[in-house]
Design a protein around this ligand. Sequence first.
Ligand code: ATP
Ligand code: MG
Length: 381
Amino acid sequence: MNVLVLGSGQLAQMMALATKPLNIELRAYDVGSKQVINPLAQDQVFGDLASGIEYADFITAEFEHIEHDVLTLCEASGKLRPTSQSIKTGGDRRLEKQLLAQCQADNAQHIIVEDEQSFNAALKELQLPIILKSALAGYDGKGQWRLKSLDQAPSTWLEIADFFAGSTSEIPQGLVAEQMVPFDREVSLVGMRSATGEIKVYPLTENHHTDGVLSVSLALENEEKLQATALEVFTRLTNTLDYVGTLAIEFFQVGDKLLVNEIAPRVHNSGHWTQQGADTSQFENHIRAVCGLPLGGTELLRPTAMINILGEDSVENDILAIAGVAVHWYGKSKRPGRKMGHINVSANTQEQLQQKLVAVAALLPESAFSDIKAYISNLEC
Ligand code: ATP
Ligand code: MG
């Protein structure tokens, strides 16, 4: 079977690695060069988008910010999964909010901002602090403003007006102004819906962010009630979208309530632990769903967590000497804060996982990992 993935980053790479044993050949469309390449040997170029569509039995995406005419062409071939509407919804916070309203999924109080008038309306109707998030092209906390006091409003609006003016998008840029949620913690649910409507989800994951970027994910156990709430939301959203593939939902947990932060119509960083912690990883299960194959097991096999490697291109080899540790590099060039790879840590018990995480953290450099180290040392697995 041949699959074309729109996007050629680490997610496409990990899909290719996961599905090679199933005899699935995967090629990736690089949105920058507009060429189809081998995601595991990026200098191997196969041709243009049309040739990629021709080659593929199925087409999917590794990220949601894809030009709409590319999605239209792929959808016209009848091979695209999930639908272009699902991908567009994940790529525009305004559509995302519409979907949440349609599915009656709880989320933060918000107002759409498209000009100075609606910016002022948001300040009036929402309580401070407020977070303003760009509707399009936001990721890893980029394109966001936080407003703690009204004194900041004029300068923030000037920055936003500049941001709107600089937009090169084919769709008008906008913002979602949201009330800041005083959450207890952030969790996410990663799961799959097959073409026949079967749904399987992994256990909820607790997520820690460093400077707005995901840095640690921990698979949760014994959270039956929360898990059931999250599954219900997942089911409503994916059924409404007639979704096929892996989808992630980021939540804010407030007491026993879950408010949806955002959805990602794709495999997700908070699901990387499934490579070592579940029978079938999110990457393999995504491609299985897309290709119409049965979904694999999603239960947590053993306590597992993931640490992102941000902005560093090497770690101490001694980390590999700790049993249950797997290091995954993406082969990207080094840039401050960039997601360069991740470390999965598995153990037999939660207590042992905590010990192993502490041992791994001790081998990571203070300079780049101080926040991650502090989080791990306070973890109560
Ligand atoms: P990513 O790509 O990492 O998922 P993103 O750029 O898509 O990030 P969000 O997930 O919406 O943006 O926001 C980034 C982080 O900012 C959240 O994980 C959360 O910590 C914080 N945040 C966002 N919205 C709110 C809110 N309404 N209340 C409190 N915190 C928020
Ligand atoms: Mg997010």
